[in-house]
Design a protein around this ligand. Structure first.
Ligand SMILES: [Zn+2]
Length: 500
């Protein structure tokens, strides 16, 4: 395989220094310059034939300043010193406009300079640089293995890959060069039954902050997953529809990460909790006055936000406001103890230092507060395995893989489905079920968290494209969690509910 690493992002000599110097002389109390190149690629095959191959490279320079207590931002797709210098005047002018519009003085929470930083997310092979023919060949091989199995009618396979190069420099003296890579491979199979009946099943491998080696088995056992998929899908198509009612659930991390994302990740973004941000995902029931008192869940619920997890999709050394990547508590022993912050909101609320959740998805976009890797802590190393958790349930359902979901605008009433559901009878798996959806309120669900699995069950799941803001921005985020038992949860029959 002739994969090459992309050229380093070239920064014209003296450009950052001269822009920041100009901003300082113009009276900016803060200025941050980002020069970026984001290369992304989508490859998709249908029934083994190439259907989509799209490449995109976005480059540009963005400058955000704080001038007279107001924020201004300007950006250009040009890549030269003159265009960059002009950004200073444009950003200061916009800060003046913003000051008149909001009448509110903005302060950024203190962050000292971190000097020169160079950081690359750990990977072997740059995922965008791998030749397209190699990518198609690998996905075609995966497709053939599943499509050739009896009872499988269609297969789609694809991969999204991003390599993000970001240069960051600010007035406090931080100069960071970061390269982050991420991939999301997925294969979905379809099996047709009688009378228009059908079922689908996709692979459970999460997107990850890894290189192309991930698709070759480093970090995920594709051989086993692809070998098992056809049989599991045939069994699912032949399995009975669930009887609605209340069940104890054993939930695998491949499903639970999304429930964490929607009901904890978004709900503990402080801009939503304060009502400033409502785009895409609404505000939050976990309002700021409840910090330190809200019973979010049982004593087993320990959740951190962190930008340091190895292979995490939201992992960085330095965020887009010059704040060091950190790990911090959001929920401890079931109580809400923290929020995800950027520097402006940390300052407004008197919470002290930002915990480093600022991100811009493009050099042309202003950084906003985005989700850290929000993760549920596992039990100890010798804590229960998934089999042990299943063994403790007399009548329940074991759930794997994420599918559709809905949640209200306060992140409170929700419903989630999944890829695979197995009946549990007297501590044993007893065949698959179809049409399962679980429904609860956020605090009722997490309050019923009865047991968390040990470290052996822990997995970093995640979302490749989570949307927020106006204009909309996307971000990738991981969510680690163990397998868990959640007791006495309301199960709906999704087919009856939809009247299908
Ligand atoms: Zn989201």
């Amino acid at each position: 395989m002739a994969a090459t690493s992309p050229e380093p992002l070239e920064i014209p000599a003296g450009l950052a220094e001269s822009v920041l110097d100009r901003a300082r002389r113009a009276g900016c109390s803060h200025a941050e310059l980002r020069i970026e190149r984001i290369r992304s690629q989508a490859v998709a095959l249908r029934d083994g034939e190439l259907e989509t191959a799209a490449d995109d490279t976005e480059t540009g320079i963005g400058l955000r300043v704080v001038h007279n207590g107001s924020i201004g931002f300007a950006a250009t797709v040009a890549h030269d010193a003159t265009a960059a210098a002009d950004l200073v005047d444009q950003a200061i002018e916009l800060a003046g406009v913003a000051a008149r519009a909001t009448g509110r003085r903005v302060e950024l929470a203190e962050e000292s300079g971190h000097g020169e930083i160079e950081w690359t997310s750990p990977h072997e092979t740059d995922p965008v640089s791998v030749p397209l023919s190699d990518k198609v060949a690998l996905l075609a091989d995966w497709s053939a293995r599943v499509l050739d199995a009896p009872g499988i009618d269609h297969v789609s396979a694809g991969v999204l890959a991003v390599t993000e190069d970001k240069f960051y420099a600010d007035l406090a003296g931080t100069v960071a060069r970061q390269r982050r890579v991420r991939v999301h491979p997925e294969l979905e199979a379809v099996a047709l039954g009688d009378g228009g009946d059908f079922e689908t099943m996709h692979t459970l491998a999460p997107p990850a902050g890894r290189g192309w080696e991930y698709l070759r088995g480093d970090g995920w056992d594709w051989e086993t997953e692809l070998a098992r998929l056809p049989g599991l899908l045939r069994d699912k198509l032949a399995s009975p529809s669930v009887a609605s009612g209340r069940y104890d659930l054993v939930i695998a991390p491949t499903n639970l990460w999304l429930t964490i994302h929607e009901s904890i990740g978004h709900a503990t973004e402080l801009d939503r909790a304060l009502g400033y941000e409502a785009a895409y995902a609404g505000t939050s029931f976990a309002t700021f006055d409840k910090l330190g008192t809200l019973r979010y869940g049982s004593e087993h619920l320990n959740v951190t936000g962190d930008r340091t997890a190895t292979h995490g999709l939201a992992t960085v050394a330095i965020d887009d406001e010059g704040v060091e990547g950190q790990s911090f508590d959001l929920i401890r022993g079931g109580t809400l103890v923290g929020y995800q912050l950027d520097r402006a909101i940390a300052s407004t609320t008197g919470l002290g230092r930002s915990n480093g959740c600022a991100y811009a998805d493009s050099p042309l976009h202003i950084p906003i507060q985005r989700m850290a890797n929000v993760s549920l802590a596992a039990g100890p190393d010798d804590g229960p395995t998934t089999e042990a958790l299943i063994g403790r349930v007399s009548r329940g359902i074991f759930i794997e893989g994420n599918k559709s979901w809905s949640i209200d605008m306060q992140r409170y009433n929700f419903q989630f489905t999944g890829q695979r559901f197995f009946a549990i009878e007297n501590g044993q798996l007893a065949g698959q079920l179809r049409d399962v959806a679980y429904q609860a309120t956020t605090t009722e669900f997490w309050g019923s968290l009865a047991e968390v699995g040990g470290q052996s069950t822990y997995l970093l799941g995640g979302a490749f494209n989570c949307g927020k803001g106006q204009p909309g921005q996307v971000a990738s985020v991981s969510h680690g969690c163990p397998a868990v038992i959640v007791s006495d949860v309301r199960i709906l029959n999704a087919k009856e509910e939809s009247g299908r």
